[in-house]
Design a protein around this ligand. Structure first.
Ligand code: PLP
Length: 404
C-alpha cells in the first residue's frame, strides 16, 4: 500500500508581516537602532513595544530585553535571589531556565512534574519545606499551566516569590488571568520558535515598581530610564540607579519594530494554533496506545506545540517510533533519549546542577514525544500528521516484557 507522507517543515514559521518589514526598513534607513538614540520628542520602537505589550498583557510595567533567558536572569537578580540560595523550578524545562538560576549563583532545586507535564504541587510543597527556598521560577513548559490557584496558595503559605517563565504561554490564561500575571514577574521570549518572532528577544512584566526599577537598571539603561515606555516613575529609581549593575541586555529598535505588528495578531494566531492542535489531537485520540495530556477547563492554551506519551514503549520502541514517523516526514522530539540532542530538556544533561532524584519526571519523559505546530501548517496538514502518528504508533512493537 502506498503510504502518505508529510512534506512540510516543522521549523518554518510564517513570513514576518509586511507592516513589520516596512517598520524594520524604516528603522534601518533612519540608522537609529539603539533604543535610546531618539530625536527630541520621539518615543522609539522599544518604548512603544513596552507600552503595547504591557497593555496587552494587563501588567503595569514591561521591559524589553535581549532574550527570554536574560529576562529570567534579570528577574531573579531584581528579586534579590542571593548567591547560594535555593531556587525551586520544574525538572522538565528548557536549558535556559536552570542556566539563568546558575548565572545568578543560585542553586536549582528541581521539582517533579506530573503525568500531564504540569508541576507536581505535592512535590513543590514538600521541597519548599525541605529546602527553605524563598523563590520559585515556575516554567509553564510546553504551555501546560498547573492549577495556578493552588500554586499561589502554596507559595503564600511558604513565603515564596513566584517568577513565571512564560516562553510557551504568551497569550495563555488560567481562569481568565493571563500567565505572567500571577507572580511577581512574567518572563517572555520573542525567539523565532515562540509566539512572536524577532530572532532573539525577551520581555519582562511586573506590577511592582521597585522590582521593575531594579530590572530596568540591570538591563543596561544607564540613567536613561525615563525613555522607557512602560516603566515606573523616577522616584522608584533613587536607590537602584546607584546599586544595580549594568548587565547590557537592552532590546534594539530593529527587533522592537519587527515585533509590534506581530503583537497585534497574537490573539488571532492563538485561535489558529489551537485549531491546529485540536486537529492533531483528534487523530491521536483515536489511538489506544497514545496518551494526550489533560487540558483542564480553566486553562486557555496556546497550542503552538503538542506533546503526547506512548506509555507501553521501551527505549528501543521509542527510537523505532521516531524513525518510523521521520520516514513519513513527521519530525518528533523524544524527551527520553539518553543523549541530549538539539534543544535539551533532560535534567541529567545539566551537569552544573547537583544531581537530583526525580523518578516521576524520568518516568514521564521516558515515553514523551513533542512536535512544534508552526502556523505554516494547514489544519489538513495537522490531520495528516496526526493520522501518520496514529498509524505508526500502532506498528511499533510493544515493550518485550509487558508489565504485569
Ligand atoms: C525559549 C525558552 C526560554 C528562553 O528563551 P530565549 O529567548 O531563547 O532565551 C525559557 N524557557 C523556556 C521553557 C523556553 O522554551
Amino acid at each position: 500500500m502506498m503510504q502518505t507522507r508529510f512534506t512540510g517543515s516543522f521549523t518554518q514559521q510564517e513570513p514576518i508581516p509586511e507592516e513589520a518589514i516596512e517598520a524594520a526598513v524604516a528603522a534601518l534607513r533612519g540608522a537609529r537602532l539603539h533604543r535610546y538614540g531618539l530625536r527630541p520628542g520621539e518615543v522609539g520602537e522599544a518604548a512603544a513595544l513596552e507600552r503595547e505589550f504591557a497593555d496587552w498583557q494587563g501588567s503595569r510595567y514591561c521591559l524589553a530585553v535581549t532574550s527570554g533567558g536574560q529576562a529570567i536572569q534579570i528577574a531573579l537578580r531584581a528579586a534579590a535571589v542571593a548567591p547560594g540560595a535555593p531556587v525551586l523550578t520544574n525538572a522538565f524545562t528548557l536549558a535556559p531556565v536552570p542556566g539563568a538560576i546558575h548565572a545568578v549563583g543560585a542553586r536549582p532545586v528541581l521539582v517533579e512534574i506530573d503525568d500531564d507535564l504540569r508541576l507536581d504541587l505535592d512535590d513543590l510543597a514538600r521541597k519548599a519545606e525541605a529546602s527553605g527556598a524563598r523563590c520559585l521560577l515556575l516554567s509553564h513548559m510546553r504551555g501546560h499551566l498547573c492549577d495556578m490557584d493552588r500554586l499561589m496558595e502554596i507559595a503564600r503559605a511558604h513565603g515564596i516569590t513566584v517568577i513565571e517563565d512564560c516562553a510557551h504561554t504568551m497569550g495563555a490564561r488560567w481562569n481568565g488571568v493571563r500567565s505572567g500575571n500571577f507572580g511577581l514577574a512574567g518572563c517572555f521570549s520573542t525567539q523565532t520558535y515562540k509566539h512572536l518572532n524577532s530572532g532573539e528577544g525577551g520581555l519582562l512584566t511586573s506590577d511592582d515598581p521597585d522590582f521593575m526599577a531594579r530590572a530596568t537598571i540591570l538591563s543596561g539603561s544607564y540613567m536613561l530610564y525615563a525613555r522607557h515606555g512602560a516603566g515606573p516613575g523616577p522616584e522608584s529609581f533613587e536607590a537602584p540607579r546607584y546599586e544595580m549593575p549594568n548587565l547590557s541586555a537592552r532590546m534594539d529598535a530593529l527587533r522592537a519594530a519587527v515585533l509590534r505588528p506581530q503583537l497585534a495578531r497574537l490573539e488571532e494566531n492563538t485561535d489558529r494554533w489551537n485549531r491546529r492542535y485540536e486537529a492533531v489531537a483528534a487523530e491521536l485520540a483515536g489511538s489506544a496506545r497514545i496518551t494526550l495530556p489533560d487540558r483542564p477547563e480553566p486553562e486557555r492554551m496556546v497550542g503552538s506545540s503538542i506533546q503526547f506519551r506512548v506509555p507501553d514503549l521501551d527505549a528501543a520502541g521509542c527510537r523505532d517510533f521516531v524513525a518510523r514517523a521521520g520516514a513519513r516526514g513527521v519530525e518528533l522530539k523524544w524527551f527520553g533519549s539518553a543523549d541530549p540532542l538539539g534543544f535539551t530538556s533532560a535534567h541529567r544533561s545539566w551537569r552544573y546542577v547537583s544531581a537530583q532524584d526525580l523518578p516521576r519526571t524520568d518516568r514521564v519523559l521516558a515515553t514523551l514525544f513533542d512536535m512544534r505546530l508552526p502556523l505554516t501548517f494547514s489544519e489538513a496538514d495537522c490531520t495528516l500528521i496526526g493520522t501518520i502518528l496514529r498509524e505508526e504508533a500502532g506498528e511499533v512493537d510493544q515493550r518485550p516484557a509487558a508489565r504485569p
